[in-house]
Design a protein around this ligand. Structure first.
Ligand code: BTN
Length: 249
């Protein structure tokens, strides 16, 4: 595919019919000093991982891939790694818009929702200093008939929109390249796009980070990508955690 040949993320490309986890394969490529950036795509994963202890559940038809990157080679400093999850989520939203015309949104820090349901997830890891694995799962052609109840209630896909995994991947790679360049340059267009796509703004959210829980009204995103939550008449910035409750179904 020419979209892959021309992409700056494809110095090494692997396309697998089946893998445990594309993130695990990306870590192996980093460990064995493969030429980076590398793109690893799997038609299906048997042990897809999610954030924290979550599994990534997906039936056949989901787009699952990982990119292995040398951060410095892309001009990214360690301080910018925090915004990487937003950059990834924003690029997924753009890929969905380009390929289907649908308006998805970002649930901080890196879930992508469509009509309140989970469309895509991102798992970013750093197996060693300066090396990044960006794992992306997008529900494209998959349906949830045989899925566990909680997945069926909360997930959605692009099935029926007429797009394909290849088209979404190509659109993502091009959008992500542009967003990474903005991130490295400190270009405010990145945070502007993340703010415009933020679905939590104005909602009452509960953020859980280890033992700590904060509930309040989400005031959107700070310049540095932090989540702003107002509670007890004060607005504070949060850099880590998961949204335990929000308007999401
Ligand atoms: C989440 O929603 O918690 C993150 C899900 C991330 C899933 C993707 S699928 C491709 C890559 N390989 C994995 O094992 N996980 C990520």
């Amino acid at each position: 595919e020419s979209a892959l040949r021309d992409s700056p993320f494809c110095q090494t490309v692997e396309i697998h019919a089946e893998l445990g986890s594309t993130n695990d394969r990306a870590r192996e490529l980093i460990a064995t000093e493969a030429t980076l950036p590398a793109l690893i795509v799997a038609d299906r994963q048997t042990a897809g991982r999610g954030r924290g202890a979550n599994r990534w559940w997906a039936s056949d038809g989901a787009l699952t891939f990982s990119i292995a990157l040398d951060a410095a080679a892309r001009g990214l400093t360690t301080a910018q790694h925090g915004l990487l999850s937003l950059a990834t989520a924003v690029a997924i939203v753009e890929a969905v818009r380009t390929t289907t015309g649908r308006a998805a949104g970002v649930k901080w820090p890196n879930d992508v929702l469509l009509a309140g349901r989970k469309l895509a997830g991102v798992l970013i890891e750093s197996p060693r200093p300066g090396r990044l694995v960006i794992g992306v799962g997008v529900n494209v052609a998959n349906r949830f008939d045989g899925a566990p109840d909680d997945v069926r209630a909360r997930a959605t896909s692009l099935a029926g929109s007429g797009t394909t995994r290849q088209a979404v991947l190509a659109a993502f790679l091009s959008a992500f390249d542009a967003r990474l360049t903005q991130l490295a340059a400190g270009d405010p267009q990145l945070i502007d796009a993340a703010r415009a796509a933020c679905v939590l703004k104005g909602e009452i959210v509960t953020l859980r980070d280890g033992e700590r829980e904060t509930t309040g009204a989400c005031r959107g995103l700070a310049e540095d990508g932090a989540l702003l939550i107002e509670s007890d008449a004060k607005v504070a910035s949060y850099y880590a955690g998961v949204i335990a409750r929000s308007g999401e179904r």
